[in-house]
Design a protein around this ligand. Structure first.
Ligand code: AP5
Length: 214
């Protein structure tokens, strides 16, 4: 089963993706994590993407589509994929539809803009695994360290308040039209669309998402 998680920056897509993938044996496709890894390796894609990401802008569609295609062709997932942060534009959604990745469910995690800034400004992450923490809402066992590896946690470059506001503006302009796009597909096909209240606690959101996936 292939699933898309949709929602604004800071909605909790990465947080929920980790738990859902563990629970259902899905492979996560997080374009944000792929791009951060490419930046860390100073690859061509990473160098190109960084200038967009630092400003909170979307990386050009073709760069993202090629990167995801390479990932999908390089392996297979028996259980399916969990798409986190992709697609983010209608062009990306159409590219996905031609890629033999049939989407069974779309889960929209809905969180009001006013909650986003405090969530993102308290976020810390483990770069290698993509595991996400929050200083208050999801604190690591040892401050500043990843629970599993003990590695140092880092703060993302694009988690500064000014950039967060830009990311939210780009989300509303370029990505939120996908909500109507997938609702429309759901009304004419077997695809199922769910809207989950992402302002509840991490555990409650997780429970609600898993019940949609049961
Ligand atoms: P990406 O990394 O995908 O960032 P994003 O979509 O902006 O989402 P975030 O990672 O900020 O948030 P999230 O929803 O995963 O929330 P999280 O679980 O971390 O993309 C980064 C950039 O890459 C983009 O700006 C763009 O430039 C580029 N890019 C990526 N994909 C692209 C694409 N397809 N096309 C073009 N460009 C692309 O949670 C946030 C915080 O809140 C954490 O601290 C967490 O602990 C906490 N939290 C989570 N849930 C809760 C809860 N229920 N209650 C309280 N706290 C919570």
């Amino acid at each position: 089963m292939n699933i898309i998680l949709l929602g604004p920056p800071g909605a909790g897509k990465g947080t929920q993706s980790t738990v859902i993938c563990e629970h259902l044996g899905l492979i996560a496709i997080s374009t944000g994590n792929m791009l951060r890894s490419a930046i860390e390796k100073k690859s061509k894609i990473g160098l190109e993407a960084k200038s967009y990401m630092d400003k909170g802008e979307l990386v050009p569609d073709q760069v993202i589509i090629d990167m995801v295609n390479i990932f999908i062709k390089s392996g297979s997932s028996n259980q399916g994929y969990l798409l986190d942060g992709f697609p983010r534009t209608e062009v990306q959604a159409q590219a996905l539809a031609t890629n033999n990745v049939a989407i069974a469910k779309v889960i929209e995690i809905s969180v009001p803009d006013e909650n986003i800034i405090s969530r993102i400004s308290g976020r810390m992450m483990h770069l290698e695994s993509g595991r996400v923490y929050h200083k208050i809402f999801n604190a690591p066992k040892v401050a500043g360290k990843d629970d599993l590896t003990g590695d140092d946690l880092m703060q993302r470059e694009d988690d500064k308040e000014g950039v967060i506001r830009d990311r939210l503006a780009f989300y509303h302009r370029q990505t939120s039209p996908l909500l109507a796009y997938y609702k429309n597909i759901a009304s004419n096909s077997s695809l199922q669309y769910y809207r989950v209240d992402g302002s509840a606690s991490i555990i409650e959101v997780n429970r609600e998402i898993l019940s949609c996936l049961a």
